[in-house]
Ligand binder design. Sequence first.
Ligand SMILES: Nc1ncnc2c1ncn2[C@@H]1O[C@H](COP(=O)(O)OP(=O)(O)OP(=O)(O)O)[C@@H](O)[C@H]1O
Length: 250
Amino acid sequence: MENTTQTQMPLVKVSAVTKKFGGFTALSNVDLVIAPGERVGLIGPNGSGKSTLVNCISGMLKIDGGTIEFAGENISSLPPHARVHAGIARSFQIPRPFKTMSVFENIMVVLNFSGNDRKHADDTRTTEERALDIVQGVGLFGKKDHVSASLTQVELRKLELARAMAANPKVLIADEALAGLSGAEVDEILDLIMGMKEKGVSVLMIEHIMSAVMRFSERLVVLVAGNKIADGLPQDVINNPEVIKAYLGE
Ligand SMILES: Nc1ncnc2c1ncn2[C@@H]1O[C@H](COP(=O)(O)OP(=O)(O)OP(=O)(O)O)[C@@H](O)[C@H]1O
């Protein structure tokens, strides 16, 4: 069930990646391609290797075999900060916002340390103006001067998204961004993540909430026990007997 419609140069290209923890193989020859601006859902039963795969892409884990390319460059041995700099942002696990700083200050920190390097040449806004635009973009303008420790759960997710966007990424890895939110809040955060496509940002989303995965994904990838068992259009993938068996057998 490989997607054969991809003709653009992939933004992310994971080829035959293997990751072992001691004698245990957490990922076995996994391939994954993400096109520029594409929204890809990554699902699989608990312990199937989803976090391990995104940790390999973001550089938190070293791979034991295969290659990871980003925009045509082999980044397999780059440290995490160099991958962030190249345009890979990871949200919802680390880094956490600075609790004693305001929403605005949290965005300024990211812009000063990473986003400014990667801003578009024709962007004439000041750093402060850019920070305010980002804060406004996630609906936190009214809270811009509030310390992040005072934010609600859904506001914190918005701040994390804003921090990821401030780094001006080409791909965002959203790892269980919707966990613990109410139905309306899930829709709110999902809308923000889906809106990134208009900014040209690709998103790889790990998520257990299937209704959200189906709404979000242009393509759906399934890992089971460290192997990719399906990769294609979401409707096709969820009707794949091997995928159904993997979930029912959980
Ligand atoms: N640092 C580690 N050392 C040893 N084993 C690990 C380590 N990290 C992950 N594993 C093992 O690798 C397997 C894959 O774990 P991983 O966290 O990638 O799964 P997952 O699909 O993200 O699961 P979940 O949906 O529960 O988050 C599991 O069996 C896990 O116990």
